[in-house]
Ligand binder design. Structure first.
Ligand SMILES: Cc1cc2nc3c(=O)[nH]c(=O)nc-3n(C[C@H](O)[C@H](O)[C@H](O)COP(=O)(O)O)c2cc1C
Length: 197
C-alpha cells in the first residue's frame, strides 16, 4: 500500500471546521526513493519565506541536499541510525537553522527558534499541497552539523527534514510498518485555556 492511499480520516478528523490541508499533513516514513527537483524545493522555501517573524528578521535558514547530488551523503551522515533506515529514501534532506541575533542591533533574538518553527510548518503545508511528504527529525548529530556546514556561532541548528514522494509501506523494515499511520491529537480543550489555569 502506498502512503498516499492510507485512509487518514479516522485519526485525523478535526473537531472544528478547518482547512483540510492541516490534518492532511502528516509525517510518513515510507518514501519512494525518487529525487525532488530543485524547482520543487524552491517552491517549498518560497512558502517558508512568507512566515511571520519578530521584527521581520526572517531568521530561518535552510541547507539542503538532493538525492543523487554532490552533498547527499554528507547530509545523510547527519542522521542517526534509526532515521537513516527510512530517510535514506527521501528525495531531499534539509537542515533547519536560524540566526540567533537580530540584524538591526546585533542583540540576541529570543524568538529565532519560534520563527524558524513557523517557517518549517509553512514549508510542510506547501509540500502537502504539492503531493509531497515531509518528516521532521531531531534524531540527528547536532554536534557535527555546524562545523560540517560551516555555520559558525551565528546559526543554531534545530532539526532536519526529509522531503520526498509518498512510498510503499512494504519498502520499510517490518518494525517501522506498524507505526506508519497518521497520529491523533489532543483536544482543543486540552491545549487552550480561557484566562489563567
Ligand atoms: C522537530 C521534530 C523532530 C522530530 N524528530 C523525529 C525523528 O527524529 N524521527 C522520527 O521518526 N520522527 C520525528 N518527528 C516526527 C514526529 O514524531 C511527528 O511529527 C509527530 O508524531 C506528529 O505526527 P504527524 O507529523 O504525522 O502529524 C519529529 C517531528 C518534529 C516536528
Amino acid at each position: 500500500m502506498n502512503v498516499s492511499e492510507i485512509q487518514i480520516a479516522e485519526t485525523r478528523r478535526p473537531d472544528h471546521d478547518i482547512e483540510t490541508l492541516f490534518p492532511n499533513r502528516w509525517s510518513p516514513r515510507a518514501m519512494s526513493g525518487e529525487a525532488v527537483s530543485e524547482e520543487e524545493l524552491h517552491r517549498l522555501f518560497e512558502a517558508a519565506r512568507w512566515a511571520p517573524s519578530s521584527f521581520n528578521e526572517q531568521p530561518w535558514r535552510f541547507f539542503w541536499a538532493r538525492r543523487g547530488t554532490e552533498h547527499w551523503s554528507l547530509f545523510e551522515g547527519f542522521l542517526n541510525p534509526y532515521n537513516q533506515v527510512w530517510a535514506s529514501r527521501a528525495g531531499a534532506l534539509l537542515v533547519v537553522a536560524s540566526k540567533k541575533t537580530f540584524s538591526h542591533n546585533g542583540k540576541p533574538n529570543p524568538v529565532h527558534g519560534f520563527d524558524a518553527g513557523a517557517a518549517w510548518v509553512s514549508l510542510a503545508l506547501q509540500a502537502t499541497a504539492m503531493g509531497l511528504v515531509t518528516h521532521g527529525m531531531a534524531g540527528i548529530h547536532y554536534d557535527q552539523i555546524p562545523q560540517a556546514l560551516g555555520l559558525g556561532d551565528e546559526l543554531a541548528v534545530h532539526c532536519m527534514v526529509a522531503v520526498g514522494r509518498p512510498g510503499d509501506i512494504e519498502s520499510l523494515p517490518e518494525k517501522l510498518r506498524d507505526n506508519e499511520k497518521p497520529s491523533g491529537r489532543r483536544t482543543v480543550d486540552e491545549i487552550s485555556h480561557e484566562g489563567p489555569l
